[in-house]
Design a protein around this ligand. Sequence first.
Ligand code: B12
Length: 1004
Amino acid sequence: MSDAARPERIARLRAALAERIVVLDGAMGTLIQSKHLKAADFGGAELEGCNEHLVFTRPELIRDIHRAYFEAGADVTETDTFGGTPLVLGEYGLASEARAINARAAELAREAAVEAEAGDGRPRWVAGSIGPTTRAISVTGGVAFEELVETFAIQAEGLLVGGVDYLLIETSQDTRNVKAALLGCERAFAVAGERVPVAVSGTIEAMGTMLAGQSVEAFATAVEHAPLLYIGLNCATGPEFMTDHIRSLAAMTRFPVACVPNAGLPDENGRYLETPHMLSRVLRRFCQEGWLNVVGGCCGTTPEHVRELARAVQGIAPRKADPPVRSRLSGVDYLEVGEDVRPVIVGERTNVIGSRKFKELVVAGAWEEASEIARAQVKRGAQVIDVCLANPDREEREDLRRFLEVVVKKVRVPLMIDSTDAACIALALTYCQGKAIINSVNLEDGEERFEKVVPLARQLGAALVVGCIDETGMAVSRERKLAVAERSFELLTGKYGIRPEDIYFDPLVFPAASGDVQYTGSAVETIEGVRLVKQRFPTCRTVLGISNVSFGLPPAGREVLNSVFLYHCTLAGLDVALVNAEKLERYASLPEEERTLAEDLLYHRLPDPVTPFAAHFREARPPRQKVAELPLDERLAERVVEGTREGLLPDLDLALATRTPLEVINGPLMRGMDEVGRLFAANELIVAEVLQSAEVMKAAVTYLEPKMDRASGATRGKVVLATVKGDVHDIGKNLVEIILANNGFRVVNLGIKVPPEQLVQAVKEHRPDILGLSGLLVKSAHQMVTTAEDLSRAGVDVPMLVGGAALSRNFVDRSIAPLLGDGGLRPGRDERARPGQAHRRPAPARRPGGGAAGAAGGAPGRGRCPPGPGGRGPGALARGPGAGTHPGRAGLGAPRAGHHAARRDLALHQSGDALRPPPGREGLARPGAGNAGRDGAGRDRGGQEGAGGEGRGGPAQGLPPPGADAPAGGVPVLPGRLGGKHPRPPRRDGRGGGGALRLPAPAA
Ligand code: B12
């Protein structure tokens, strides 16, 4: 191939991707395996199993495989180089031949492509296959990041020399490996003096994540910095199982999308059983849905699969990418920094400058304990962790390395890399599986810092905190903050190629009460600066280090000022806040007087607002009205609102003297939860505080559960329950579980964030009589529609019960029920329950001094969601005689004793008319008469032990961190697939074998 031809070929490939669905070839490894080669074919016993060496020893066989795929209708063939890095070839003593092997492999594929093109005049392309190597750096370790970069660079060099049209980083199990491969490709381009496009393909295992733990969203976010030819998924499972991952990927990425499945999941003998027809039927549907630009086959697929596939997708228009612009971050978990999650909380305690405890642990080299601080912050609601190891007395880089090695195994949330040293930032980014935020860059020394740091964000993938500082110093006034932001924006998006949604402006916080005159009145400038910057750059985000505002004040006053400042910044549009969420006073609980003192200071309302503020907090604060003095029900609600367990259990006992446990839950406790929701929507509580309230609610339910009536004999039927994908709310679902279990149902609780394919599997495994879905977010209502579609397509014919705050009867009837077959949502005897009984639960009486949204001086509370018509309708089971402790509510009542077949007994119930947010609520009803007796009705923890179920097992159980269904902080390490891609025959000497990742023993 002449050099001049390659750019032209690449241009044609790009054009083809926009015009039609491009077809990749099928498996290389399994096809080689099917030839039953002998040791001699590989070049001797020492090389047996080294598929890549066949390009020297059996070139005609490899060329024939390419030919066969082209002849079957493939547009692209992949080189026989899956294990072609020196790292993998080294296991056969072939490391030094890596360049030559890759070059030869590319030549063979090119020869076949040229031949095929000459035959029928259709263009053909060659993808240089780059496998994941035998080490996944986050999982197996045993390799340094730089070593990976170098090994991938050598492979890419060979592939370029041999004439590939693009490089395909495939079967990716660990995004740190992918990042190393992307850097390796860049290194190879520099050597070759020529670039080709790069595509990335990840592998989502049957458990729903990559081997190193990331979901498809977290993975796509982690590589979105690279200008990819396409992004896709390959290997692991058959196509059906990939449905949700591909749909999610297609919904979010700006790149073309590929789906390259195995011919099904291999059976116990390693055979792939999906026929060409089965595979192509599913992929055709994906194309018709508008999800794909590229299709192909992985392990187990043959030229026959490709032939049918090419035919099946012919004429279908490719996906047109039009994803919404979103600010995305990821660690192992994915985080979208959008309007509905404001303010995202960044834990600031893993910072040697801000936390003495952390600093001391670092000095002592107590890395485990130091990283426990990060974990504790996540557990208490931090959604990002700030990491700063810049102790001037120590070697920052080394400390950072030691700390990151431990912390990335403990926390799943994205990291904020807080350093002024570019080398430290670069190092830190190599430890992040996902997309971190760099804190920070600014124009203090002109563009110097942009020049040093911004390229790192572009090479390794990160968002940027951009401080409002320029050559003249830190911007104090709102106008200067905006001016610096405008200049930074122009430079970053224009000259440096940063996307607006990856810019997090920091309008800067100054001590409002330090006595330094230059900062007098600076707090209101920051608040208004946030507002101006957000108005000017709505696609960008804003971030503030909150605690600085109160520097120099008495400790009690600091936490109050921080809290009031955060509240006003959030109203002004703040997206991300660095705070110590554990210490923050709850804004909602502050006495009016303290709010006013704080607001006077922040808004600089008096000639001297500092003195009265400091005096108030220097003296002993006047006691607030004691919760203990409130009437019993208000007390219970208040403990939920305050997030405190103090006195909770004795109060529950008191309440039980006159009411059933369910009445206590549906009454004061739910009123407390509703008030939490209201305050949350009004920005008066932050997510960390809501978590504390949720823990109190859970503790109360745990305490009350054993005291509930139970039906005898768990024979009414089996229910599989789950909170839908993307949603972590589980209190309601767990309550439903208790009610059902107490009424004679066996419940399999799959946990939170359960994707459709896991539900399909659970239905197959558990064969339930009812499938119960819970979801509280508006997007969860839509997720239920998607889930119902997938269930119906998978032939699941189980009645479905749905519930949660954002659902309405109307939505369910119109959008979900029609998707299910006859066995689906059916009106049952509970049709008697009136639809549309919207009910708004009154908020508990506020304490004197406990202000409402929009308190003095503040703007009116800005809800996270537009006010709905009021009223909400959680799903209800068949409404028993005693249903509804609150008049006008369809209750989750007990099925009547004597009704046996769950399918007949239960039906879905929703009320209300529109898809809308809370706050009205339907209640739980007490078990119907005749259900007394305690038999400890069976409840299964997940049925997928260790994977999906968040479990309520046992009293005072911990809360899963937001976004994590796995045990807090831990990154799951799961067993690898047997065989891997392109499996190799066993080696006689038992060594090596390559191809599959070597993994530690499955975690217990
Ligand atoms: C506690 C809570 C949290 C806790 C959840 C802890 C946990 N382990 O569940 C935490 C702090 C983690 C949280 C996180 C978030 N939350 Co939240 N959260 C709430 C809150 C305050 C209470 C929910 C609750 O537990 N209620 C008590 C239970 C018992 O009631 P329930 O869940 O409604 O269940 C009843 C019925 O709905 C029904 N039901 C429920 N499921 C099912 C299933 C079946 C089969 C049946 C039959 C019935 C049924 O029966 C139950 C008993 O009556 C609500 C506000 C509210 N008042 O609902 C907001 C709320 C749901 N959250 C909200 C938001 C925005 C979020 C976040 C996005 C915020 C953020 N900054 O990150 C994240 C979302 C994370 C995610 N991906 O899911 C919004 C949703 C708005 C929207 N438009 O979508 C709400 C409405 C708050 C608000 N007003 O802004 N949240």
